[in-house]
Design a protein around this ligand. Sequence first.
Ligand code: HEM
Length: 419
Amino acid sequence: MYDVDPDTGFFPSQPLRPLSGEFSLWEKELVEARSVLKLGIDRGQEAFAKCALGEQWRQRLRSWPVLDVTELGDGIRALRRAHYVLTCLLHFYVHSLPPSQRQGQTIIPKPLAVPLVAVSQKLKLPPVLTFADIVLWNWEFVDPEQPLSLKNMRYVNVFSGTDTERNFYLLSAAAELKGVEMLKIIERVVNIPCPTTQSAIAAIKRDFEELVRVIDDLTTIIGDSSQTVHPNTFYWAARPWWNGSNSAAPWVFEGVPPSSFDLGGASAGQSSVMHALDAFLDVDHGLKQGRQPAPSAENRRADKGFMEKMRRYMPEEHRDYLAQVQKRHVRDLVQRTPALREHYNMTVAALKKFRDIHIRVGTLFIISQAKSTPPANMGTLDISPEEGESRSKGTGGNPVSTLLKAGRDATQRTLLKDE
Ligand code: HEM
């Protein structure tokens, strides 16, 4: 019902199969895109050498037939595969365009725009690359006979072709797989019968202790990120591919009635694992609860709707899962059961520590890199001042540190105080 697998969590238990028949055109062109397209702002030698092939690829795409997605049927796996393939094609198309072809607006050609919007509407997802596309649906087994694990998965679509991008997906996958243990704990706690009996309290305490260990592991995963993900390559060569529409050259979907789509782009902020923790512990990112200490002026300036917005980029079933966890009101239960308070607070403190480390990672990978020189093999980048400005911001244009600190402080405010 919520599409959460007991062994693979928010990952599908099997990779999504490539589309066949007339839709294999999209699959074939996606494979081709990986070998001929470079970022449009890239002025390095390799980009220069591929320039003509890239232009031919984009011209071909403009002349594709507009395929009718009703032929895909209503099966969720085929629709998700279509979303994955089409959003990868979309980001390849948009971000490989030379800046001179993106002035004022960015036209998404009809053969891409029409089926992508139709598939997205069926899935209730935005027509843009999401975390689900790049992390949950973008892998294949190394050995299909073995179960899903970090060692037994291979990421397929790597826009920049760099190990840094591949390793970022693996890092996110490590957090998702850790999430499987977390989901089991959450299920046990929210479904425990008569939670205020002595034996139930003892069981919930054990579960909180286990959850602290899981969150600490998530903290280690993210804290070690710079061992495999190179900050400079991440910032200049990988991250630009995930960007959504921006105000300097907003996306216009040709052949689609105008609509206000969510077009923020992909972010690990769309990982349902972290949102499940927030929902379970009842972190109030929206500042709706009047908790103490009162939010700082900087907290108030942050986008209070950010986390809510990120949910719109998740598969519908995962959104529904989060909503039902939230309705179990575990924080209220702890408030009524003082014996659980210390263990609950330990868990909140572990999540706050995760966000402290995440701020450090965001600073190293985004804020510091915004002032850095791009990798030498990309030459002198062709970036307008407006674009340069938006590149040092988070998904959706928020200043990264304000946003991440607001999340950390909202977590701190979740701690239950002595009455
Ligand atoms: C190199 C590694 C990472 C970097 C540089 C990074 C950076 C960022 C940035 C800049 C944001 C602000 C919003 C945005 O721009 O999308 C963000 C938000 C977020 N990221 Fe990460 N991130 C990384 C890895 C991860 C991983 C592995 C996870 C999941 C475990 C994660 C979970 C989140 C969440 C949940 C948010 C929303 C804000 C919050 O909860 O505090 N990030 N991240």
